[in-house]
Design a protein around this ligand. Structure first.
Ligand code: TEU
Ligand code: CA
Length: 559
């Protein structure tokens, strides 16, 4: 596809390289391992691969702490391997979108090594340095997203530097034009190699509120996150427009910004065509349904009506301007079939239902590695089996505060990022065929039954259902362009909507429960054709009143 806005008709597949496929037996996924699986991705039917960071990194946050933007991480291979991957992907008509992490670098990046060396080093202002308070406290009472203060004291110069994530991820100072120009130069270097775009990590945090407001601690909220002060900051649109004009506009690419705290109104400004900023954003509203006083770790119960309110708000909101990203999970989120579906007795049915709901909507769908075979969350017996800095820091901080260990583990089982990072399950061989060595993170023991080889051998598998949904998007303009209309908005059991384009109307109905549900859709015309269903049937429900089986989903064309 070379026409403008090809990304509006594409389906994206996210690869977390560390966990995708290991080609040399060191237990760590790598670029050659991805090359070996490109035909599998082609078979699935996806168009674009979003590659989580593959740059040189000490891996404090598994590559989201970059030490050299123009060098490949040793464990992943060489720049020649990357060039081979890009060439092999393009040969198959697959595009590669890289992960751009420029809100922060690693503290081992040459820029930071210089910046911290002295107050008058030319790179001092590449980062955000502040004096502490008179009483010896850090400059503000903000928390890092990975627990503890968002400020780290640096002995060498007696000042603190800001890190909204780990202590090894100092925030770049985007107020400094030299930082911006160095970032733009690096982006052009990658785009001139022929990559097809960027996913931009927490890109709406780069413009900091220069007043550095102190936050009054709120007893109801254990988290006083630095995030809150810098989401959609004062100069964010200026910076993104500058990036667009100095880099992005010169290339036929796709850009998607990861934007914690972005609203529909923000997204219109970030993605409106005439705005010349980005193409799409990832919002987090549906990923925050279970947030409570301790953020996501509160793991509150969620309601279908809340999910419907959020997703339909974004469908309506970006109908005329901007464009939606559609996702259930990624490398930071729990597995969708465990979170929103039913991983036990209805794993396959509910996974297909969830896929139907998302892929029937308007926007660009993103599939996270393993989602297409219904991989689930994991329950490792000990905290020592886990690797993610976010969950380990949170666990240790809460344990030190006297919280119950079992309760903490239950939250990790439900919400922890390692749920998404257990190695991809390729077959029933040891370590699921991910590696011939010892995997860097244990494989989910259910790989024996849940793996690609088994899925490819089963015509009724979740894989082939995703393959059908992707094909449907290619053949049905109404799925790409149709206007969304929510139905049954008060139902806590059924999520239903129509898509209308020219004189074509599609109906999507999904039962989110393990029970039969009666449903009536009186004011709709009759069904004319079943486009897809997770039921083994060729008879359509009459829409006046009908009964849905547990986790039943279908897409009808209406007369
Ligand atoms: O994630 C940003 C972010 O908001 C994370 O804190 C995420 O939402 C959270 O872990 C879920 O509760 C991006 C990357 O996707 C993440 O992997 C990195 O750890 C983070 O930025 C720092 O680069
Ligand atoms: Ca390897």
């Amino acid at each position: 596809m070379t026409e403008k806005n090809w990304w509006k008709e594409s389906v994206v597949y996210q690869i977390y390289p560390r966990s995708f496929h290991d080609s040399n037996g060191d237990g760590i996924g790598d670029l050659q391992g991805i090359i070996q699986k490109l035909d599998y991705l082609k078979k699935l039917g996806i168009d674009v691969i979003w590659l989580s960071p593959v740059y040189d990194s000490p891996n404090d946050d598994n590559g989201y702490d970059i030490r050299d933007y123009q060098k490949i991480m040793d464990e992943f291979g060489t720049m020649e391997d990357f060039d081979a991957l890009l060439e092999e992907a393009h040969k198959r008509g697959l595009k590669i979108v890289m992960d751009l992490v420029v809100n922060h670098t690693s503290d081992e990046h040459a820029w930071f090594v210089e910046s911290r060396s002295s107050k008058d080093n030319p790179k001092r202002d590449y980062y955000i340095w502040k004096k502490g308070k008179e009483n010896g406290q850090p400059p503000t009472n903000w928390e890092s997203a990975f627990s503890g203060s968002a400020w780290k004291y640096d002995e060498a110069t007696g000042e603190y530097f800001l890190h909204m994530f780990s202590e090894k991820q100092p925030d770049l100072n985007w107020e400094n034009p030299a930082v911006r120009n160095d970032v733009y130069q690096m982006m052009r270097w990658w785009l001139d190699k022929g990559i097809d775009g960027f996913r931009m990590d927490v890109i709406n945090l780069i413009s900091k509120d220069q007043t550095m407001p102190e936050r009054e601690p709120d007893p109801g909220k254990e988290l006083v996150s630095a995030f809150e002060f810098h989401m959609n900051g004062p100069r964010i649109h200026e910076f993104l427009h500058e990036m667009n004009q100095k880099v992005l506009a010169d290339y036929d690419i796709m850009t998607v910004g990861e934007m914690p705290g972005a609203t529909v109104e923000d997204a219109k400004l970030y993605t409106g065509e005439e705005r010349e900023e980005l193409n799409m954003v990832f919002h987090f509203e549906h990923m925050g349904l279970w947030n409570g006083p301790d953020g996501k770790w509160s793991n509150m119960p969620w309601k279908l009506t809340d999910l419907k309110e959020i997703l339909s708000k974004w469908q309506y909101g970006l109908e005329k301007e901007g464009w939606n990203s559609l996702y259930w999970n990624n490398h930071d989120q729990p597995r969708v079939v465990s979170r929103f579906g039913n991983e036990k007795e209805y794993r396959e049915k509910s996974a297909k239902m969830l896929a139907t709901l998302l892929h029937g909507m308007k926007g660009t769908p993103y599939i996270y590695q393993g989602e297409e075979i219904g991989m689930t969350n994991v329950r490792f017996p000990s905290i020592d089996d886990y690797e993610d800095i976010e969950l380990i820091n949170w666990y240790n901080e809460r344990l030190a505060q006297g919280h119950n260990k079992e309760k903490l583990m239950e939250a990790i089982y439900a919400i922890g990022r390692d749920n998404a990072r257990t190695p991809m399950q390729w077959n029933g061989n040891p370590h699921a065929g991910f590696t011939t060595g010892e995997p860097w993170l244990k494989v989910n023991p259910n790989y024996i039954n849940i793996n690609v080889e088994a899925a490819l051998a089963d015509p009724e598998s979740i894989f082939y259902y995703y393959q059908q949904l992707i094909a449907l998007r290619k053949q049905e303009p109404t799925i790409v362009h149709g206007k969304f209309e929510l139905l049954l908005e008060d139902s806590e059991e059924i999520f239903a909507y129509t898509r209308n384009y020219q004189d074509d109307t599609l109906l999507v109905v999904c039962n989110f429960t393990a029970q039969n549900q009666t449903c009536e859709l009186l004011n709709l015309s009759a069904g004319k054709e079943i486009l897809i269903t997770n039921e083994a049937t060729d008879t359509m429900h009459t829409l006046s009143q009908f009964t849905l089986n547990p986790y039943e989903a279908f897409v009808y064309r209406l007369t």
